[in-house]
Design a protein around this ligand. Structure first.
Ligand code: PSV
Ligand code: MN
Ligand code: MN
Length: 391
């Protein structure tokens, strides 16, 4: 088989691949220095979903949208869910928000004051209600809690409080729900985060039960971290629940996935493919967590989806028989060569061909640009919403 040809199974796997989009990628965003307003951005969650549906329309690969509560607050989640279905998409993970309330300055689920901890637990119970109303099955929890100074609070006591709060949230889940726990090595706390790494996230998941899984945000590691090793290890435990894909050059940059280090993305997807974790029923949800501060948002999401597809196609092209044989015989250069051959293949024509077979335009970005949607939303929408960061 030439490297530019996919097996029937690999073609099927690419066609079945789905990537979940974050509602906040469509709103205005920025850094702590400045939020840049773009014309035509959504004014409410309904418009965010309409924009996300555009990405799915031209890629047929992005059928779910994650919500962030309260950024996507509405008094009618059933209507929001119906609106999504009308547009060919559905509601994905429900993200809680523990980072924009003054009460959480010293922590939320780990706060020394039980009243603040109860407020944080109650917020998750509201999120579970949103899941019931929207049909979402994933409650995603990123804990911004941590310490800026040694001695500021008791490290062990904070883990105990966290375990208690997580157990209360876990107890509120329905049988089909999952609690998806995200880790981050620093920021907003600078000395010690309360869930800084995959090991801490995994330990809490193991204590909670089988419905608790880890989400790996690619931007949440120290520079140089071998992320594909973490992927392999979590898959071995059956606890890799999801990715938050994005790119980083320095910290949690939230740039387009595959923009900073496409080779890393390929290595991650190689671990996924070789562990059989690509299929939609594998339990791994491939989500984006990105903000588009200076680039147009819908095309940036389309580009991101295409970047994930390209890395996946390359991972599916790895000649596994040659790789296995080289690994077994200690052929170091041969094994590395088998991976690099796949990585260095230009899969863009192959993906364009697959799109045409599905009745799609081979170039989703060109198709979107020609559709007139961007001009339409600029004309129709005045006074766009913030993504949340600047709000
Ligand atoms: C935190 O940095 C994070 O990665 C979490 O997933 C948040 O919910 C998200 O960013 C918001 O963009
Ligand atoms: Mn994230
Ligand atoms: Mn992040």
């Amino acid at each position: 088989m030439s490297h530019a040809e996919l097996s029937a199974d690999a073609r099927q796997a690419l066609l079945a691949q789905t990537i979940e989009l974050p509602s906040w990628a469509f709103g205005n965003s920025g850094t702590r220095f400045k939020v840049f307003a773009q014309e035509g951005v959504p004014r409410d969650p309904f418009e965010k979903i309409a924009d996300a549906a555009q990405v799915n329309r031209y890629t047929a690969t992005a059928p779910r949208v994650s919500l962030h509560i309260p950024w996507d607050l509405t008094d009618d989640y059933a209507a929001l869910s119906a609106h999504a279905k009308d547009l060919g998409v559905e509601i994905g993970a429900i993200n809680s928000n523990l980072f924009q309330d003054d009460d959480y300055m010293l922590g939320s689920l780990t706060h020394p004051d039980p009243i603040v901890r109860k407020k944080a637990v109650d917020h998750h119970l509201q999120c579970v209600d949103v899941m019931r109303a929207t049909g979402s099955t994933d409650l995603k929890l990123w804990l911004p809690d941590g310490l800026n100074y040694p001695g500021q609070d008791n490290l062990r006591a904070r883990q105990d409080r966290l375990a208690e709060g997580l157990a209360e949230i876990y107890a509120a889940l329905d049988p089909e729900h999952r609690l998806v726990i995200e880790y981050k090595f620093f920021e907003p706390a600078f000395y010690s985060m309360d869930i800084p790494d995959w090991g801490t996230a995994l330990l809490h998941c193991l204590a909670l039960g089988p419905q608790a899984v880890v989400v790996l945000d690619t931007g949440h590691h120290a520079p140089g971290t071998n992320i594909e090793f973490i992927v392999a290890q979590l898959l071995r435990q059956g606890r890799l629940g999801a990715f938050d894909f994005n790119s980083r050059f320095y910290a949690d940059d939230d740039l387009m996935v595959g923009a900073a280090d496409p080779f890393q993305l390929f290595r991650i997807m190689h671990e996924i493919v070789s562990a059989g974790a690509l299929a939609p029923d594998s339990g791994v949800s491939f989500m984006l967590d990105q903000c588009h501060n200076i680039e147009p948002k819908i095309p940036a999401q389309i580009r991101s989806v295409m970047n994930v597809q390209e890395a996946t196609a390359k991972a599916l092209l790895v000649d596994t028989a040659a790789l296995d044989a080289a690994q077994q015989s200690g052929d170091v250069l041969g094994a590395n060569g088998a991976l690099m051959d796949a990585y260095n293949t230009d899969v863009r024509p192959l993906l364009a061909g697959l799109r045409e077979e599905q009745g799609l335009h081979p170039d989703p970005l060109a198709a979107y640009a020609a559709s007139g949607y961007a001009e339409k939303i600029v004309a129709e929408r005045v006074g766009g919403a913030q993504a949340g960061w600047g709000a």
